[in-house]
Structure formats: structure tokens, C-alpha cells
Design a protein around this ligand. Sequence first.
Ligand code: HEC
Ligand code: HEC
Ligand code: HEC
Ligand code: HEC
Ligand code: HEC
Length: 188
Amino acid sequence: MKKWLKFTSVPILAVFILLMFYLYSAESRIKGPSQPIFFSHKIHAGDNEIPCEYCHAYVEISPVPGIPSDQKCIGCHLFIIGKDEDYHYDGRSINIKNEIQKVKDYWDRNEPIPWVKVNFLPQFVHFNHKRHIRREIECKACHGEVQNMDVVHQVYKFSMGFCIACHQEKARDAQELTMLKDCLTCHY
Ligand code: HEC
Ligand code: HEC
Ligand code: HEC
Ligand code: HEC
Ligand code: HEC
């Protein structure tokens, strides 16, 4: 092996490994966690145009939008049993009818569907949906085009810069800007 090759191959390998790690974590972020039931936002909020607020009903009145209870699902799925057809996602085939049957099984067992949380903020950050929604900030400003996602995933990293950039842009006047940039607005 040529001498220069020996010296350069180590850093090249290190960069390659780091790149693989990066791609791997980027990929798992894009796919979102694996959920107990394959629930497609694209089929519900996209194709069937069910409004976000129909399921996330508390978004305007409480700090958290809330994940719908099984009862909300059963309200439709007692009647909508689903086509006996396969839906393809990420190399998997999901039978629509069987997947809906799983919702009924949870309901019959009187067991809430154990959804896995997708979006996270550290404990020391205070966030409240209500004020943002009242100010007519769309869901997609923070969650991306959820109606096009089969599996919801976090689109933006909720870094301090992400929050403050918009606060800076949307502030109506200097006074509001001061409030929206104040450390104690988001941390206490
Ligand atoms: C038919 C009911 C239904 C509709 C309509 C719906 N959602 Fe959801 N949503 C759910 C369920 C159930 C979950 C939990 C499972 C999951 O994460 O996929 C969820 C999860 C989410 C999450 C991730 C929550 C977390 O754990 O951090 C976001 C964000 C979200 N929905 C946004 C939206 C937006 C935006 C719309 C409208 C474009 C919408 N949803 C429409 C039922 C619904
Ligand atoms: C407003 C009515 C409505 C509500 C509420 C609703 N669904 Fe659906 N759901 C549908 C329709 C319509 C389809 C498409 C059925 C088809 O194509 O045969 C569907 C399809 C599905 C499917 C198969 C496709 C997929 O996404 O994998 C599953 C699973 C499902 N629903 C689960 C749920 C769960 C879980 C909830 C509660 C969080 C829920 N649904 C709430 C109307 C609804
Ligand atoms: C200004 C940014 C922003 C907007 C706008 C926004 N969200 Fe969120 N959302 C967040 C953040 C940040 C979290 C994580 C909160 C946490 O972990 O405390 C979150 C969490 C959620 C969750 C999970 C809640 C839970 O119980 O775990 C759902 C569901 C959700 N958002 C739905 C919506 C819907 C629907 C809309 C539009 C009506 C919306 N969001 C608008 C930033 C936003
Ligand atoms: C797309 C724009 C936008 C983004 C992104 C955004 N905000 Fe805001 N935020 C606003 C606006 C506008 C207000 C003022 C709302 C009002 O009171 O009229 C606000 C108000 C607030 C308030 C004060 C009101 C309250 O709810 O107590 C807090 C706290 C807050 N934001 C936290 C955050 C955090 C944390 C993030 C990042 C995870 C974030 N915001 C991301 C636009 C945004
Ligand atoms: C609009 C909301 C918002 C405001 C205002 C804000 N922060 Fe943050 N801060 C955040 C968020 C969100 C995180 C979490 C970042 C993450 O998880 O990567 C954070 C994280 C931090 C951290 C942890 C270290 C880090 O960077 O992750 C420190 C320290 C901090 N903030 C200090 C401050 C100070 C000091 C101020 C005032 C000058 C301030 N913050 C104003 C939202 C805010």
C-alpha cells in the first residue's frame, strides 16, 4: 500500500462511518416510530379529508392537542370495516381490513391503543399549543405536511433557534418581541 494511502484511509474511513451514522439517524427520523397499529394520516387526513381538529380536539383549548381515544376511532370503524385490500408502505403490505380489525380488538378488550409518542421537547422547555393556534399558525409550520404522511415523524428539530426564529418573525411590535425572546417565556 502506498504510504499516503495508509495515512489518508483512516480519516476517510472515520468520515464514512460518521456519514453512515448520520444517514441512519436521519432515516429513522423520517420513518417515525413503529406504532401498535399502522395508522395512516395520509389515508385519514389526506385522502378522506378528516380535519386535524376532529381527532386532536383539544388543540385550541388546552396546552396539548391530545391523541384521540379509541372511542373516536370506533365511532367510524364500527361501520367502516375497510376494503379487503393491501396497502403498500415501505416494503410492507398492510391489509386494510385486518388493520381495522385490530382497532376493534383493542376496543373489545377494553384496552387503550398504546400509541408511541413522536414529538418531544425537553422537560425544561415550556410549550403551549393554544396560543399558537389562536394566532392562526398552521400545524404544518411545526409538524410539516402531516396529511401526506403514512407514518407521522418529527420534521423539524425543535431547537431553541427554530422557536426563536419564528418568534422574531411574527412579533407584532418591539414589546411583544421582548416577551417572545425572554428566557422565562420558554424556561421556568
Ligand atoms: C382520524 C384521526 C386523526 C386525524 C384526522 C389526524 N390525526 Fe394526528 N394522530 C392521530 C393518532 C391516532 C395519532 C397517534 C399515532 C401516530 O402517531 O400516528 C396521531 C399523531 C399525530 C402527531 C404526532 C403526535 C406525537 O406523538 O408527537 C401529530 C403531530 C399529528 N397527529 C398531527 C396531525 C395533523 C396536523 C392532522 C391534520 C392534518 C392530524 N394529525 C389528523 C389521529 C388523527
Ligand atoms: C371520520 C371517520 C374515521 C375516524 C374517526 C377514524 N377512521 Fe380509520 N378510516 C376511515 C376511512 C374512511 C378509512 C379507509 C377505509 C378503506 O379505504 O377501506 C380508514 C382506514 C383505517 C385503517 C386502515 C388504513 C390505515 O390507516 O392503516 C386503519 C388501521 C384505521 N382506519 C384506524 C383508525 C384509528 C386507529 C382511528 C382512531 C384514532 C381511526 N381509524 C379513526 C375513517 C375513519
Ligand atoms: C408552533 C409550533 C407548533 C404548532 C403550530 C403545532 N404544534 Fe403540535 N407540537 C409542537 C411541539 C413542540 C410538540 C411537542 C410538545 C411536547 O413534547 O411537550 C407538539 C406535539 C403535538 C402532538 C402530541 C401531543 C401529545 O399528547 O403527545 C400532537 C397530537 C400535535 N402536536 C398536533 C398538532 C396539531 C393538530 C396542530 C395544528 C392544529 C399542531 N400540533 C400545531 C409544536 C407545534
Ligand atoms: C411558526 C411560528 C412559531 C414557532 C415555530 C414557535 N412559536 Fe411560539 N409563538 C409564536 C407566536 C406568534 C406567539 C405569540 C402568541 C400570542 O400570544 O399571540 C408565540 C408564543 C409563544 C409562547 C408564549 C405564549 C404561551 O403559550 O405561553 C411560548 C411559551 C412559546 N411561543 C413557545 C414556543 C416554543 C418552545 C417553540 C418551539 C418549540 C415555539 N414557541 C415555536 C410563534 C411561533
Ligand atoms: C421561544 C422559546 C425559547 C426562548 C425564548 C429561549 N429558549 Fe432556551 N431553549 C428552547 C428550546 C426549545 C430548547 C431545547 C433545545 C434542544 O432540545 O435542542 C432550549 C434549550 C436551552 C438550553 C439548553 C442547552 C441547549 O442549547 O440545548 C439553555 C441553557 C437555554 N435554552 C437557555 C436559554 C436562555 C438563557 C434564554 C434567554 C436568552 C433562552 N434559552 C430563551 C427554547 C427557548
